[in-house]
Design a binder for this molecule. Structure first.
Ligand code: PFF
Length: 463
């Protein structure tokens, strides 16, 4: 069954399928690549504490609100707002979401493409070490493999473009296959395998000598660094929370529209948020002990993971094989996220512009493809795109909670949250308090101060 402008609409078929697809969207490079370096740059434990508070008090209500909007309308973000608030301007919030997803999809697929390069290169090194001047795959070879690759590869032009295009095509292939036969089928298998491998890495990393300091850095709040630039750092925590949970841009309005009426939305949101946070913290536990054990600078920035992983692999028998497995799975985790992004754009094109699913997918790939190629050739554009979640997602999230808190009728909210009376909603008043007051006020406040401090940074005379 195909979902599109015409015909019946597709949906997730099982509870586990729903959770796998949602967790698949949430868990990805944001947890493994972005989270550790953002935590490292912003002072460790104190940042983590703020992040977790945001996840619970803002992330959960925003995610539930997106599910409610999506499932009640069974449409893409723009269509869903049009159906829930006909004749108003609310659909512009959906449009903002589609644009945000577009930008994120472009730069994210570029980074996802890097993982493919590592997969392919590690196979070449495992099979033909002599080609690279080594008799066998020893630690020196492993060090060279990583140090050589990151710089020469990310600074090159053609290989990143090729892997970006390959990644884009893989994503397109799964999305064309539809929700049930593509997205649900693949994420159900890939996500559990990913978790097992991450646990193996964690167990190796925490047993490294000198690694304890890394755990102290990650878990013991020390607010000194935050005091230096509180507004910027707090906004970054909020942006990272939104990015990691895939909220604030309508991705979960779209996935919410495929959730069946019998599923419990609050329970689903809490499980997805818990899984996503658990994996981000696991990634931190895998990375920081090694960072401290080997004297790497935690504030190193976007290449932190690429610098730290090799030293973990060197301490594991058959290091390069583990590296290979890790990158295969990281690549899977990235694909389960890229398909959720492409799905938003495809659902928008197919439902609002009445295109076939196939045509919508190809058109989305070509247009996002141009943006992605600009990202690969221009580090500046890449930097701007990579920073965009901090601003665009909280903005989208603000309007989403305001819509549910103030414009969606109480009766409809109860209907959605209780799945037409099938579940008890004892948390209803707490939820309403969060979406009416806590989340919008907190987002507006943090957004205003964060933007102000970013502007001051660029134009100090304004301060
Ligand atoms: N949440 C994903 C991650 O942490 O890797 C990134 C992401 C997925 C962002 C889907 C946006 C999106 F629509």
């Amino acid at each position: 069954m195909m979902q599109g402008g015409k015909g019946d609409r597709d949906s997730f078929t099982s509870k586990f399928g729903v959770l796998a697809a949602l967790a698949g969207s949430a868990i990805g490079l944001g947890n493994i690549w972005r989270f550790p370096y953002v935590v490292g740059q912003n002072g460790g434990g104190a940042f983590l504490l703020i992040y977790v508070i945001f996840i619970a008090a803002i992330g959960v209500p925003v995610m539930m609100s997106e599910f409610m909007i999506g499932r009640s309308a069974r449409l893409n973000p723009v269509g869903a707002f049009k159906k829930n608030a006909p004749g108003t301007k609310w659909h512009l919030v959906g449009m903002l979401g589609v644009v945000s997803v577009f930008i994120i999809f472009a730069f994210y697929t570029v980074v996802a493409g890097w993982t493919l390069e590592y997969v392919v290169q590690s196979v070449r090194w495992i099979l033909f070490p002599a080609k690279f001047g080594f008799e066998s795959m020893n630690n020196d070879a492993l060090t060279l493999f990583f140090s050589d690759h990151y710089d020469s590869f990310t600074q090159g032009i053609w290989r990143p473009i090729i892997w970006f295009v390959v990644m884009m095509c893989l994503t397109g292939y799964i999305v064309i296959s539809g929700v049930k036969n593509g997205i649900e089928k693949y994420t159900k298998i890939l996500m559990p395998i990913f978790l097992v491998l991450l646990l193996i890495l964690v167990s190796r990393s925490i047993s490294l000598e000198g690694g304890r300091e890394g755990l102290v850095f990650l878990f013991k709040p020390d607010f000194t660094q935050i005091r230096e630039a509180p507004f910027r750092i707090v906004l970054e925590a909020l942006g990272q929370a939104f990015f990691s949970l895939s909220i604030g841009m309508g991705t979960l309005i779209t996935y919410g529209s495929y959730i069946k009426r019998k599923e419990n939305l609050a329970g689903t949101a809490v499980s997805v948020v818990a899984a996503d946070t658990f994996v981000a913290i696991l990634a931190g536990i895998a990375i920081f002990p090694a960072v401290f054990a080997f004297g790497i600078d935690p504030a190193d920035g976007p290449d932190l993971v690429y610098k730290t992983l090799p030293v973990i692999f060197q301490n594991m028998a058959g290091g390069l094989i583990w590296a290979f497995l890790f990158f295969v799975l990281l690549c899977f985790a990235a694909i389960t996220s890229t398909i959720s992004m492409l799905e938003v754009i495809v659902a928008y094109f197919s439902e609002q512009l009445n295109m076939s699913r196939k045509k919508a997918t190809i058109l989305s790939m070509i247009s996002a493809g141009f943006l992605g190629i600009i990202c690969t050739v221009s580090p500046d554009v890449f930097g701007i795109f990579n920073a965009s979640p901090d601003l665009m997602l909280p903005l989208g999230g603000f309007f989403i909670v305001v819509f549910i808190g103030w414009f969606f009728s109480g009766e409809k909210s109860k209907q959605e949250l209780s799945s037409d009376g099938a579940f008890k909603i004892r948390y209803y008043r707490l939820f309403m308090f969060l979406v009416k007051f806590v989340a919008p006020l907190a987002i507006a406040f943090l957004f205003a101060l964060g933007v102000y401090s970013k502007v001051i940074n660029i134009f100090p005379s304004l301060g």
